[in-house]
Design a protein around this ligand. Structure first.
Ligand code: TYD
Length: 214
């Protein structure tokens, strides 16, 4: 029986997910204890999936077919789920997951034009149908997101960052469509404001879930 809670964190590139998670983590640990929270990311999170990540994001792999890309994300997701996420949920931890199933729909579906229903099926295949308890979607205009990445220089530029502005705009539209379809789990947070405000909103969105866990 799963006792923990799974929160996925989504958004276009440059939405600031990583900075929000860094700021949020100490606050969550204060409430749930050091062992109460696990932060992990997709693609990656464990050795096998980090290796798959290197293949996907390698800037030299410009010839990668869209379906190959999707299948690699799905493979990384499956292993991560089995090896790290489900055991953490069984232990009762709050799992904060930097990207999950919605990234595949937004990027490979809306961005690359692959069939949304097929992606849904593959997501279910990888996760055995497991859905996040909540999804924090950080919304930011694509131009601003991409400019943040270029300005900050904090993170390495990857193959997805080299894509056109149009692809990133389609990704954002995809996320917005998903948010409208899944109002039960996806909350939209305006990420085009001060980091402290974004963090405060994210924290307040997790309040109920934290109460259930503590
Ligand atoms: P990353 O450097 O982690 O970007 P970010 O900090 O914005 O999360 O790179 C992950 C990239 O992989 C990002 O561009 C989104 C993309 N991605 C997909 O296209 N499909 C997926 O299923 C996942 C999980 C990520």
């Amino acid at each position: 029986m799963v006792k923990g809670r799974l929160v996925s964190v989504e958004g276009p590139d440059g939405a600031g997910k990583t900075s929000v998670l860094e700021a949020l983590l100490p606050k969550l640990k204060e409430q749930l204890g050091e062992e109460g929270v696990l932060v992990t990311r997709e693609p990656g999170g464990i050795a096998i999936s980090e290796k798959i990540r290197e293949i996907i994001l390698d800037v030299n792999h410009t010839s990668m077919d869209a379906k190959t890309e999707l299948l690699l994300y799905i493979a990384a997701r499956r292993q991560h789920m089995v090896e790290k996420i489900l055991p953490a949920l069984e232990k009762g931890q709050l799992v904060l997951l930097d990207r999950f199933i919605d990234s595949s729909v937004a990027y490979q579906g809306y961005g690359r034009g692959l069939d949304i229903a097929e992606i849904g099926w593959l997501n279910d295949y990888a996760t055995d149908g497991y859905q996040p308890d909540k999804t924090l979607y950080f919304d930011v205009p694509s131009e601003i997101g991409l400019a943040r990445i270029q300005e900050s220089g904090q993170r390495e530029v990857n193959r997805l960052d080299l894509e056109t502005l149009e692809l990133h705009q389609r990704v954002r539209q995809g996320y917005q469509a998903l948010a409208q379809q899944h109002t039960d789990r996806i909350v939209v947070i305006d990420a085009n404001q001060d980091l402290s405000q974004v963090v405060a909103e994210a924290e307040s969105q997790l309040k109920q879930l934290l109460q259930d866990l503590s």
